[in-house]
Design a protein around this ligand. Structure first.
Ligand SMILES: NC(=O)c1ccc[n+]([C@@H]2O[C@H](COP(=O)([O-])OP(=O)(O)OC[C@H]3O[C@@H](n4cnc5c(N)ncnc54)[C@H](OP(=O)(O)O)[C@@H]3O)[C@@H](O)[C@H]2O)c1
Length: 257
């Protein structure tokens, strides 16, 4: 087919290179977000990490390569001010979300748990996209972070399942609304971060063994696995409105932890 008017005639060969790009990872000081920040930095980007904690690089050498911003995503005014300070950017990744188990159950005596969870994870993702959008490059991208529980509910986790599903719907809807900026979500499986520290050593070892025995990839995920996927979504110019699962094949097998 002949190229349409204004369409580049040169063959386009996407690469994983982020040299000269500015990447902002909200929730990028620990865990999966840090894995994404490190992968983006290794691909050549200058990276800003944002979250509530202030983590002096002297005490956190892993954060030395990054510019740091302090930000609570459940505070819209703080999000607006943070993106005003950040200025122009190429890629936004919103990884942050409560990981302290405070989302509550469906029949709790009130709805404080789910309100606060959705306020942070869903509306926080919305707010970051909302205030970053006017400053995003036209060939840039937004990537949200959900989890396997979006696709497979777990008893007592209705707030998380519903919120993650809403974030994935947000990605699809914004892909349509903000194009040509690309918008996607990554849905990780069981990734080795401090989120799992609530498990006893014995339970953690048990989960690892179950994952090794059952998951097609035969191991627990690492933040770097998600980082690699995030660099793909930032650099591929034609993927938008998708949910990319990075789970070692978790959804293909029957397993419970
Ligand atoms: N690890 C897994 O197996 C897994 C699986 C599925 C989904 N997930 C999801 O992946 C995301 C990252 O989790 P993780 O495993 O990497 O655990 P993590 O290290 O505890 O990451 C959570 C991050 O979110 C930030 N955060 C939390 N609330 C925030 C707020 N209100 N404003 C700004 N930043 C906030 C935290 O930083 P501050 O405390 O400094 O604010 C922290 O950096 C979470 O949404 C989690 O539910 C994880």
């Amino acid at each position: 087919m002949a190229p349409a008017q204004n369409e580049p005639t040169r063959p386009h060969s996407p690469s994983y290179d982020l040299t000269g790009k500015r990447v902002v990872v909200v929730g990028g000081k620990t865990g999966i977000g840090l894995g994404i920040a490190q992968a983006a930095h290794a691909a050549g980007a200058s990276v800003t990490v944002a979250s509530r904690r202030s983590a002096p690089a002297a005490d956190h050498p892993e954060l030395t390569p990054f510019e740091q911003i302090t930000l609570d995503i459940s505070d819209e005014e703080a999000v607006r001010a943070a993106f005003e300070t950040i200025g122009s950017l190429d890629h936004l990744l919103v990884v942050a979300g409560p990981t302290d188990g405070s989302w509550g159950a469906f029949m709790d005596k009130d709805m404080r748990g789910v309100r606060s969870y959705a306020d942070s994870k869903f509306l926080g993702s919305w707010a970051c996209a909302r205030y970053a959008h006017p400053r995003l490059a036209a060939d840039g991208s937004i990537t949200f972070l959900t989890g396997g529980i979006a696709a497979r509910s777990k008893f007592g986790m209705t707030a998380v399942t519903s919120t993650f599903a809403a974030v994935e719907a947000l990605a699809r809807s914004l892909a349509l609304e903000l194009g040509p900026i690309r918008v996607n979500a990554i849905r990780p499986g069981f990734i080795d971060t401090d989120l799992w520290n609530f498990l006893s050593k014995t339970d953690a070892a048990d989960v690892r063994e179950k994952v090794r025995a059952n998951f097609p990839a035969r191991r627990i995920g690492r933040p770097a696995d998600v980082g690699h996927a995030a660099v793909f979504l930032m650099t591929n110019p034609y993927v938008t409105g998708t949910v990319l699962e990075v789970s070692g094949g978790e959804q293909l097998v029957d397993w419970q932890f």
